[in-house]
Design a protein around this ligand. Structure first.
Ligand code: ADQ
Length: 476
C-alpha cells in the first residue's frame, strides 16, 4: 500500500517559473504563468514546495538573497541555480539546444556533436544535483523536468540521495535509429534509468525509449503492463508511462467568455470584415513548420483565386532563442516569405497574411483563439503542442476547425475531431484548408464538441494526478 506523502515536493526545471525584469539596479520579479505552474502550485503550497532552477539572469545582478526576498510572497520557495555565461553558451545553447533539441525532433542535419558542450551539460547537471541535495531530505519527492536535466538523477544518487526521483520529458523521444547517433547515448539512457519513474508525452515516445534500452542494455528486462512499462535494470524497477500534458480547460473556457476577450475578439474581426481567419500560433522554432505552412496558404490562393479577399492568415510568432544566429536567420526567412506572398496577392483593402512577432497577453491570445474560424497547427514534430488544446478550450462558439499535424504529440488524442494533415505535403495541407473553409456548420460543430470534450476530460490536473499516482505518490 502507498503511504500518504509527508515530505517536501521539489520541482526542478532549467528555468524558474518567474518573470524577471532588470532595469539598472531595479529588479522586479513576478511569478510566471502557464498550465504547469497552475497545476503544480496547489501541490507545492500544500507540501512545503520548492522550485529549483536557473533564474535566467546573465549579468549576475540577481543574487540568491534578492531572489528569495522578492519571491517570499509566492506560494512556494524558489531556489536559484546560478549559471555563468560560458555555461549558458555551452550547456544551454550548445548541448540542450544544439544537440538534444534537434536530435529528439529528428533533425539530424541541425544536430551538433561537441565533446566540450557535452562536458558542460554534465557539469551543469551536477551543479543542479549539488544544489538540490542542499535542500532535499530523505522523505522528499523530487521531480525533474525535461531534456535539459536528464542526468540530475544520476548525480543525485552519486551524492547519496535515496529519495523518490521522477522525470518527465516534454519533447518527443526519437526512434532508436536516430537516437543511436548520439555519441553519449548510453550515458543518457542509463541516466534516465536511475529515476523511479519516467514519463513521456505519448505511447510512441515510450516505445522509442524501450527500443533504445533493448539495443543498448540487452540485460534490462521489460515488462509491459496495461498502462505502464516496468524496466528491471541493475537490481531496480523503473516505471515508464505516457502522460499527455494538457491545459487548465476551465481557465481558457471562462476567459474566452469575459467582456475583455469578447471586445478584443470583436475588434480583431472588425478589422478583417467578412473574412474567415486562419490562425497560426507558434514559438519561433524550425520544428513548428512555419515556412511550409505559409507556402500551403500561398498554394491555396494560387489554386482557388476566388478565396482572395475572403480569407486571411494571422500568423503569431513568439520570439524565442533570439541570440542564436540560426533563429535570427529563420525569422528573416519567415518575414521574407510573408513579404513575398503579400506582395504577390495583396489588393486594395486586403492583405492575405497578418504577421505578428511578439508575445501576446493571455487575453489577446484567447481573443484570437475565440474568433478564428480555423486553427492551422502544423509542426513537423512536437512533443505535445498546447496551442491545439488551448484553441479548442477557447472555441466557445463550437464553430471552429482544428487542422493538426500528424506529427504533434496531441494528434493521438485529438485525431478524431481534427482534420489531420502531413505538414510536409504542402498541396494536401492546401486542399484540407479548402475543405475546412467550406465545411458545413453541423460537421464543424460536431467535430469541435468532440475535441472540447476530450480536452475538458484530460486537463493538466489529470496529467499531474496520473503521473504522481504512477510514481507511487499519494498526496492525501
Ligand atoms: P513549446 O514548444 O513552447 O513547449 P507549446 O506546447 O505549443 O510549445 O506551448 C507554447 C505555449 O506558448 C502555449 O501555452 C501558448 O499559449 C504560448 N504562446 C504561444 N504564442 C504566444 C504568444 N504570442 N504570446 C504569448 N504566449 C504564447 C514544449 C514542447 C511542446 C509541449 C510543451 C509542454 O515543445 O511539445 O507541448 O513543452 O509540455
Amino acid at each position: 500500500m502507498t503511504e500518504i506523502f509527508k515530505g517536501k515536493f521539489i520541482i526542478v526545471s532549467n528555468r524558474l517559473p518567474l518573470e524577471l525584469d532588470i532595469q539598472d539596479d531595479n529588479i522586479t520579479i513576478k511569478p510566471g504563468a502557464g498550465g504547469l505552474i497552475t497545476a503544480l502550485t496547489p501541490v507545492l503550497k500544500k507540501h512545503e514546495g520548492v522550485w529549483i532552477g536557473w533564474d535566467g539572469d546573465l549579468n549576475g545582478k540577481l543574487s540568491c538573497d534578492v531572489l528569495e526576498r522578492e519571491a517570499a510572497s509566492f506560494d512556494y520557495t524558489m531556489k536559484s541555480v546560478s549559471l555563468t555565461s560560458q555555461e549558458v553558451a555551452d550547456y544551454y545553447d550548445g548541448f540542450c539546444n544544439g544537440t538534444l533539441w534537434p536530435l529528439f525532433h529528428d533533425y539530424l542535419g541541425h544536430t551538433q556533436f561537441h565533446r566540450s558542450t557535452w562536458r558542460s551539460y554534465q557539469a551543469v547537471n551536477l551543479k543542479f544535483a549539488r544544489n538540490i541535495s542542499q535542500y532535499a531530505e530523505k522523505k522528499d519527492f523530487i521531480w525533474i523536468q525535461d531534456y535539459h536535466l536528464t542526468l540530475v538523477g544520476k548525480y543525485l544518487r552519486e551524492l547519496g540521495a535515496r529519495h523518490k526521483l521522477a522525470f518527465f520529458l516534454h519533447i518527443p523521444f526519437p526512434p532508436w535509429d536516430i537516437f543511436m547517433r548520439l555519441p553519449w547515448r548510453k550515458e543518457i539512457i542509463e541516466g534516465l534509468l536511475v529515476y523511479d519513474s519516467v514519463g513521456f508525452q505519448t505511447v510512441k515516445d515510450c516505445r522509442n525509449f524501450v527500443q533504445c534500452i533493448r539495443r543498448l542494455l540487452p540485460e534490462a528486462k521489460t515488462n509491459i503492463l496495461k498502462k505502464r512499462i516496468i524496466i528491471e535494470y541493475s537490481g531496480r524497477h523503473i516505471s515508464i508511462g505516457a502522460f499527455p500534458i494538457s491545459i487548465d480547460f476551465e481557465e481558457f473556457h471562462d476567459m474566452a467568455q469575459t467582456e475583455e476577450v469578447e471586445k478584443e475578439a470583436w475588434f480583431i474581426h472588425e478589422n478583417l470584415p467578412e473574412r474567415k481567419i486562419i490562425l497560426g500560433v507558434d514559438r519561433l522554432d524550425y520544428t513548428k513548420g512555419i515556412p511550409r505552412r505559409l507556402r500551403a496558404f500561398e498554394t491555396l490562393l494560387e489554386k482557388y483565386p476566388d478565396l482572395c479577399e475572403k480569407i486571411s492568415l494571422v500568423q503569431i510568432v513568439v520570439p524565442s532563442r533570439t541570440s542564436v544566429p540560426e533563429y535570427q536567420k529563420m525569422k528573416q526567412n519567415i518575414e521574407e516569405t510573408v513579404g513575398r506572398i503579400n506582395g504577390r496577392f495583396t489588393v486594395k483593402g486586403w492583405v492575405p497574411i497578418h504577421y505578428i512577432y511578439r508575445s501576446l497577453t493571455r487575453a489577446e491570445l484567447i481573443a484570437y483563439y475565440r474568433t478564428s474560424e480555423i486553427a492551422l497547427i502544423t509542426p513537423l514534430k512536437d512533443g505535445m503542442n498546447l496551442v491545439a488544446k488551448e484553441y479548442c478550450a477557447s472555441c466557445v462558439s463550437e464553430k471552429g476547425i482544428l487542422i493538426l499535424s500528424e506529427f504533434a504529440g496531441a494528434a493521438f488524442q485529438l485525431r478524431k475531431g481534427a482534420i489531420m494533415v502531413n505538414p510536409y505535403n504542402i498541396e494536401h495541407v492546401a486542399e484540407e484548408l479548402y475543405r475546412a473553409i467550406h465545411m458545413p456548420l453541423p460537421e464543424r460543430r460536431s467535430r469541435m464538441r468532440r475535441l472540447r470534450n476530450i480536452v475538458r476530460r484530460n486537463t493538466i490536473f489529470v496529467w499531474m494526478d496520473d503521473f504522481l499516482q504512477a510514481a507511487g505518490l499519494k498526496l492525501s
